[in-house]
Structures are given as C-alpha cells and as structure tokens.
Design a protein around this ligand. Structure first.
Ligand SMILES: Nc1nc2c(ncn2[C@@H]2O[C@H](COP(=O)(O)OP(=O)(O)OP(=O)(O)O)[C@@H](O)[C@H]2O)c(=O)[nH]1
Ligand SMILES: [Mg+2]
Length: 374
C-alpha cells in the first residue's frame, strides 16, 4: 500500500491579500515574487510540492488574485479550475482551499463571504487565513472578523486562522515573528477525511444529474425524429419507443450505479491509506475500518409507469386531431410525451437526491468510525 499522503491545497483571495507570501511561508522559502502596490501574481494557477515529512506531501497552488474590475474573469478561472479537479480520483482534488482575507483593513467584505460560501456549497473544505495579522491593530479586530466569517461564510471557527507570513524588523526596531504555519498545516491534515465525506456526495450528485439530463435529451431527440416519420404515432412505433426509453433508462441507472461504486471504492481506498498513514505515526484514536462500504443500488422502476403513459396514446391523438394538420397533431403528441418524460426526470432527480443523502450518511458514519476512540 502506498504510504505517502498527498494533499492539494489551493490558495485564493483578492490581489494583495498575501497569497504568495503565505505560499512562500508554508513552503519555507521564496518560490514566487510578492509585492505591494499592484497585482503581482499573473493570471493562472501555480503549483509547487513541499514534502513536509517522509509520508506527507503538500502540493500548494498559488493563484491569480481577484481584482475588483476583473471579477468575472476571475470567477471563470476559479470555476474552470475547480471543475477540472472535481473528478472521481481523490488524488486530483483540491482537498483544501485556503481563502486569504487581509486583516489589515479589519473588515470583511460581502464579496469574500459569498465566494467562501459558494466554495463550501461546492463541497470544498475551506480554511480562511486572516493574513497580515501582525498589522491588524487591536486584537478585537481579529476576533470581530473571525465571528463575521464564521456566521456568514459558514466556516467553523477552528478553520479561521490568523497568520503573519513574514518576520520583519519594523522601523521602530521591533521584530515581528511569522506565525500561523503549523496551525494551518494541522487543519489541512485534520480536514482531509471530512473533505472526502463532503466532496464525494457532491461529485456523485453532479455526475448523476448529468446522466439523467442525457437520458432526457436522448428520449426527446428520439421523439422529435420518430414522430416525423410516416406512421410515427402508430401503436407499434409507440411500443418500440417505450422499449427504447426503458433501455435508455436502464443504461442511465447502470451509469449512476457505476458512478456510485467508483466513488465509494475510491473513498474506501483513501480511508485505508489515511489509516495506514496514521498508524505509522501513532495518534492513538484511529481504528481501521472493519468492512468495506456496501454500494447502494438505485432502483428506478421507470419502465411500467412510462409504458402505461405511452401505450396507445397515439390512437387517442389520432382521433382528437383528425382534422388538424399533420404537424399540429405531431406537436401535440410530442408535447404530451415530453411532459411525461419531464415527470419521470423529476422522479429520477428525487431518487438521486435520496441516494446522495444516504451516501452522505454512510460516509459520515464511516468517517466517525475511523476517528472514534477504541
Ligand atoms: N506585515 C505583513 N505583510 C504581509 C503579510 N503577507 C503579505 N504581506 C505583504 O503584503 C503585500 C502583498 O503580498 P502578496 O503575497 O504579494 O499578495 P498576493 O495576494 O499574492 O497578491 P497578488 O499576487 O497581486 O494577487 C506584500 O507587500 C507583502 O510583503 C503579512 O502576513 N504581514
Ligand atoms: Mg501573488
């Protein structure tokens, strides 16, 4: 079994909030340039790996800072970057996002809170670094900022950490000591397991929605092309169509099941690795999981209902629209089908939701078993 634990950590925040300084501080030397007065780090995401101990490697990603007039481009870059990393393989993820807010102004802006909240909604583990903590002035300022972020950004207080990334000699001759590095690293480690129990269900839901949407689009496409053909609304064609819709639905179901299995076994593999890692460095509270998680099965039961809805409806429409033009008749028929399909799509979403919530419970319980005392 691989014993090395890797964590990918993305540093985000406004320009000048001290991202690169924090990056260099965690890294232990000046990797990238920092500076005051104007944006320094260019558009993009920059990675370096730090081996913190023989069995723990941190992959740090510095990023382009948000500038007030470039909010749209910035959000786009971050969304695209996160999306590209939100895949089944846990090693590809950003396990933690450190969001920097400068404590110099002693103020938290709504914009930062909205971004933090949306990152958390996306299943991300977020640590807030209150940078420039050495120049925050009154200690109450830091406390007020911390409380504001905890309440509005929904970040647990223990994940909001003051940092001073730079040791300096001030003009007065007074020396300031850098601090906050160890606290951040320890929160990154502590959050690794909950990062999994948060993000796996999120990815499952995203994938499931995509699969369901594809099922719906395929069925609609079939209706559009089929109905235009001669005899498109005959009972025989309807039967054929219903068979196809069912086959598509079964494919969708098996895709969703596969996505569930892949994600759960990836989570399981990672838990084992995590436990192995902790056993090497006895922490005392770790218990190995006893049995693998069982995959939940989605049962869609689409077939019967869909068939009942579609069977011989063509004849009915034929009678109803006898005098209408062919296209009007077909439009009405297609609309009827779409409405029926949309109803089943809703049911599918509902089932996906239920399974996602089961998955959440299962992972949370698992997480607790791993971290509970013997
Ligand atoms: N006193 C103090 N100054 C800091 C601290 N962190 C960063 N700075 C200073 O703040 C300024 C901005 O820091 P950077 O690290 O370049 O900020 P950034 O977020 O990377 O900025 P962009 O690359 O433009 O997005 C620099 O002048 C740093 O020296 C800190 O903890 N304390
Ligand atoms: Mg920078």
């Amino acid at each position: 079994m691989e014993k090395t634990l890797d964590a990918n950590v993305l540093i985000l925040g406004k320009t000048g909030s001290g991202k690169t300084s924090l990056f260099n501080y965690i890294f232990g030397r000046n990797v990238y340039a920092t500076g005051a007065g104007r944006p320094v780090t260019g558009m993009g995401i920059y990675e370096e790996a730090v081996t913190l101990s023989p069995d723990f490697t941190l992959h740090l990603y510095d990023s382009w800072g948000l500038e007030a007039d470039k909010a749209r481009d910035w959000k786009q870059l971050i969304n695209d970057t996160l999306k590209a990393h939100d895949v089944a393989e846990i090693t590809e993820w950003f396990h933690t996002i450190i969001y920097c807010i400068s404590a110099k102004a002693a103020r938290v802006e709504d914009f930062d809170l909205e971004i933090i909240d949306s990152l958390r909604q996306g299943g991300n583990q977020v640590i807030v670094a209150l940078t420039h903590a050495d120049v925050a002035g009154d200690p109450d300022n830091l406390m007020t900022m911390l409380q504001t972020i905890a309440q509005s950004g929904h970040v647990p207080e223990e994940d909001i950490l003051p940092v001073n990334s730079q040791s300096k000699t001030l003009l007065t001759g007074k020396k300031t000591q850098a601090y906050g590095r160890e606290a951040i690293i320890s929160r990154i480690k502590a959050g690794l397991l909950s990062a999994i129990s948060q993000k796996i269900p999120h990815i499952f839901e995203e994938e499931g929605r995509e699969i369901i949407e594809t099922w719906y689009t395929r069925c609609c496409y079939r209706i559009d092309t089929d109905l235009r053909k001669p005899g498109g609304i005959s009972a025989r064609k309807e039967k054929e169509r219903n068979r196809l819709f069912t086959a598509y639905a079964e494919e969708a179901q098996s895709d969703i099941e596969q996505s569930y299995d892949t994600l759960i076994s990836e989570a399981y593999r990672y838990y084992w690795k995590f436990c192995g890692h902790l056993e090497q460095n006895p922490v005392g509270f770790v218990k190995r999981p006893r049995k693998p998680l069982e995959a939940l099965r989605m049962r869609l039961h689409l077939t019967d209902a869909l068939q009942a809805a579609g069977e011989n409806i063509g004849q009915f429409f034929e009678g109803l629209f006898k005098k209408e033009k062919r296209t009007a008749k077909h439009d009405a028929f297609a609309q009827f089908y779409r409405k029926g399909l949309a109803k089943y799509r809703e049911q599918l979403y509902q089932m996906l939701k239920e399974n996602t919530s089961k998955m959440k419970t299962e992972l949370r319980e698992y997480h607790q078993i791993v971290q509970s005392p013997e």
